[in-house]
Ligand binder design. Structure first.
Ligand SMILES: [Zn+2]
Length: 138
């Protein structure tokens, strides 16, 4: 009988395979950051803890306590990439540009996930809502 850690490790592996495949289909490079790896030594662990980020055609996927949070974080970043291709969709000079861009990235990301029959649980959606709310503190 497998222990819980084995199951969690397998779920993480499957999630990483799906994320890699979705990235390739969208012409993107994905980098999975591991706690304490060279990127963490360079930029600090907290840069990648429970976080994903995007620059150009690369998405960096940080390390998460819960794999579904990692997956929804990845799709959010993918949402940024996809929505940024829709020029003029959100006017850059709008005072709430950042908040709009974040909301649109979540919507695009979740819509993209649904194309792969990936439906997130209410808990994951609540995680996404909490992440979005952080933009109201800035
Ligand atoms: Zn974002």
């Amino acid at each position: 009988m497998k222990n819980t850690q084995d199951v969690d490790d397998k779920i993480l592996l499957i999630a990483k395979r799906i994320i890699t495949g979705v990235s390739r289909r969208n012409g993107l490079t994905v980098v999975f950051v591991e706690e304490g790896d060279d990127l963490c030594k360079l930029n600090g662990d907290d840069t990648y803890r429970e976080r994903c980020c995007t620059v150009g055609d690369t998405i960096w996927v940080g390390f998460y306590k819960h794999t579904p949070s990692m997956a929804i974080g990845f799709f959010h970043e993918l949402g940024h990439v996809l929505s940024s291709k829709r020029k003029g969709f959100i006017p850059y000079d709008h005072p709430d540009y950042k908040k709009y861009a974040e909301a649109v990235a979540w919507m695009y990301g979740l819509a993209e996930a649904s194309k792969y029959n990936i439906l997130f649980t209410p808990e994951s959606l609540e995680y996404a809502a909490k992440e979005y709310k952080t933009y109201y503190k800035r």
